[in-house]
Design a protein around this ligand. Sequence first.
Ligand code: TYD
Length: 204
Amino acid sequence: MTGRGRFITLEGVDGAGKSTHLSWLVNHLRAQGRTVVQTREPGGTPLGEKLRELLLHLSMQLETEALLMFAARREHLAQIILPALERGDWVVCDRFTDASFAYQGGGRGLSNAKLSQLENWVQEGFQPDLTLLFDLPIEVAAQRMAGAARPLDRFEREKADFHERVRAAYLARAAAMPARVKVIDSRQSLESIQKQLEEIFSSA
Ligand code: TYD
């Protein structure tokens, strides 16, 4: 890992509190003296942000949805993520390819084989160094989302069984890749989660 920054991704079902933990983590890493690029998917580039608007609000074929997610990702890698890592910066990204396996795969039913083809084509072997998966039972996540003041996007509006499949697909990936994906039980208090994150990053 010398000479190159670290690529950290945050994942979880909608309502798992990922955004709150992301800002805390970025501040924590900056306080440790690291240069951190905070970004998100879909999005992160001008083209990616336009694709995000379409992806979150227009209905489309499942295959189109997957292709657009990966199109945005290719641009994001080339313009933002890889140059930042080359400079030695750390990149903290709100969702990445595990979300495609969880939402387009688990949630919508696109095969892992097709998703892996896209992943190999777009990423050419590139993977996050570390992924934090904020895990929460769907009924708890739904209660938290019900309290949100903003209008829900097309993924957030999906029914509970969709979100159950998303959660199961995330957990299956964590079980298959335990060295990269750390599961964080998001039922814990904010303080205990922050303590856990401090421990994870104390030796990083
Ligand atoms: P999210 O990260 O939850 O943003 P916010 O916190 O602003 O609501 O929203 C992004 C949505 O996009 C989320 O519901 C999951 C979905 N998504 C996919 O379906 N596939 C992907 O590959 C990615 C990156 C996101």
